[in-house]
Design a protein around this ligand. Structure first.
Ligand code: HEM
Length: 487
């Protein structure tokens, strides 16, 4: 009997334990598992890597229709979770650095930008350095940069003959290096050291390869050239800064702004920091702007409706302001603005933005599905994919600058993160106004002074580049003209 009683209570305990375990597993474990994002199928090691390296956009095009706006790719020991579309990406853009950080995922920039700046420093210092950028790009500064942009464009295109054929991509790349040198790196570089400095920047550029993202310090020739170039640039800027300081000379450029910048504790920027910040500015702004200028041209020259519209706008502005092109005149060019913005929607040069997650968070898709994303994941979003979502942008693959006009405003249709060519939120691009002014200044000059015709096929996208741009040449036939209007 005693045995029976013990046996009975043991059975009861066992049954209760099993029931409790079942309840826990039914309500807790699977619930949290159920809420994890779906995982991309395939061989986790090679399969995912192969598809990722083939091009993240191709991967997104295949997986988004199957898995939806939130899914995870397992790559080696890492989980990369994609958040695609404004409904799920708000946290990506708004989260604090302690929740979603840039530092780890953008570490590969450190050997290029150099020590002591941007992703090599704590967030508190980086924030202060981004304040220096903000100050260097304020409207009063932009006004003087615009005068330099306009002068550079006039000078550059004065070298074109009365008519001819050019590779527009090559021409705009060169013009933008010259303009960036003038506005950002300063008069000394632009006037005396341009060839040396642009050769060094070329080596820095070529030292940033897809392999550098995974292994930034791999001892390959491209990385060695990058490191030597960085050293020489540091020497050149140290001597320019010293000579400005000793002559007590001040200029209207970003170099001067960085020299004059001070941290909250009163400390001045060092020469090495100034060099690093200038390199970062050039990397952020040079290819992105030249690529966008080229796409803008390719679309305008294949869309008569919009080419006429931007030309009409130029004529109206000339009636109002004469030949004057300055910050305020450029600011009035709404049609040209929309044409650039639409080229940039279809072809954002930064196709993938990344963060590293340090805390769990949840997202809700537009279909109402909730997912929990555990800390430790790499979080990715893609301007190139999100900018073509059919539920945000009508007929998304069509070049239609009017989609941004008053009344349609598709870039705001699902809130602030509907259009993300410049990122947004906490780390939104600080150079956006500079970029628009630069591209507008160039196209204003071209539209007023040349008849242009695209003579090569509409260009393809070069998905292999780190900053994704235009593949091959963009051949344009030009004929000089003079846009004259009655004032
Ligand atoms: C068409 C031209 C440009 C495009 C498409 C572009 C795009 C972007 C994007 C997508 C981001 C966000 C990166 C992220 O969230 O991870 C960004 C950030 C940034 N951009 Fe640009 N950019 C352009 C031009 C420029 C220029 C001309 C400058 C400066 C001269 C600049 C300076 C910056 C800086 C400093 C940041 C970092 C902001 C932060 O993290 O707080 N950009 N840009």
């Amino acid at each position: 009997m005693e045995f029976d009683g013990r046996f009975f209570s043991t059975c009861l305990l066992l049954a209760a334990t099993i029931l409790a375990a079942k309840l826990i597993s039914a309500f807790i474990v699977p619930k949290s598992r159920k809420r994890l994002p779906p995982v991309m199928k395939g061989w986790p090691l090679i399969g995912g890597l192969y598809r990722f390296l083939k091009g993240p956009i191709f991967l997104l095009r295949e997986e988004y229709p199957k898995l939806g706006s939130v899914f995870t790719l397992k790559l080696f020991h890492k989980n990369i979770t994609f958040l695609i579309g404004p409904e799920v990406s708000a946290h990506f853009f708004k989260a604090s650095e302690s929740d979603l950080s840039q530092q780890e995922v953008y570490q590969f920039n450190v050997p290029t930008f150099g020590p002591g700046v941007v992703f090599d420093v704590d967030y508190s210092v980086r924030q202060e350095q981004f304040r220096f950028f903000t100050e260097a790009l304020r409207v009063n500064k932009l006004k003087s940069y615009v005068d330099q942009m306009v002068a550079e464009a006039e000078d550059y295109f004065s070298k074109w003959g009365p008519s001819g054929e050019v590779d527009l991509k090559y021409e705009l790349e060169h013009l933008i290096i010259l303009t960036a040198s003038r506005c950002l790196l300063g008069r000394e570089v632009r006037d005396k050291l341009f060839d040396d400095v642009s050769a060094l920047f070329h080596d820095l550029d070529n030292g940033m390869l897809p392999i550098s993202v995974l292994f930034p310090y791999l001892p390959i020739p491209a990385h060695k050239r990058r490191d030597q170039a960085r050293k020489k640039l540091a020497e050149i800027f140290a001597s320019i800064i010293a000579s400005r300081k000793s002559a007590n000379k001040s200029e209207d450029d970003m170099l001067q702004c960085f020299i004059d910048s001070k941290y909250k504790d009163g400390r001045q920027t060092t020469e090495a920091e100034v060099t690093g910040l200038l390199i970062a500015a050039l990397f952020a702004g040079q290819h992105t702007s030249s690529i966008t200028s080229t796409w803008t041209g390719a679309y305008l020259l294949t869309n008569n409706q919009y080419l006429s519209a931007v030309q009409d706008e130029q004529e109206k502005l000339m009636e109002k302001h004469g030949d004057r092109v300055d910050h305020d005149v450029l600011a009035e060019m709404d049609v040209l603005y929309r044409c650039i913005k639409e080229a940039l929607r279809l072809h954002p040069p930064l196709i993938m933005l990344l963060r590293s997650s340090h805390s769990d968070f949840s997202v809700t898709t537009r279909e109402g599905k909730e997912y929990d994303i555990p800390k430790g994941h790499i979080i990715a979003t893609s301007p190139a994919f999100a900018n073509r979502l059919g539920h945000i942008f009508k007929d998304p693959d069509r070049y239609d600058p009017d989609r941004f006009a008053v009344g349609r405003e598709e870039d705001k249709v699902a809130g602030a993160f509907s259009y993300i060519s410049f990122g947004g939120g906490r780390h939104g691009c600080l150079g956006e106004p500079f970029a628009y002014l630069q591209i507008k200044a160039i196209w204003t000059h071209l539209l007023r002074n040349f008849d242009l015709e695209l003579v090569s096929p509409f260009p393809d996208i070069d998905w292999n580049a780190m900053v994704v741009g235009v593949k091959g040449k963009v051949m344009v036939r030009y004929k000089r003209k003079e846009l004259s209007v009655n004032q």
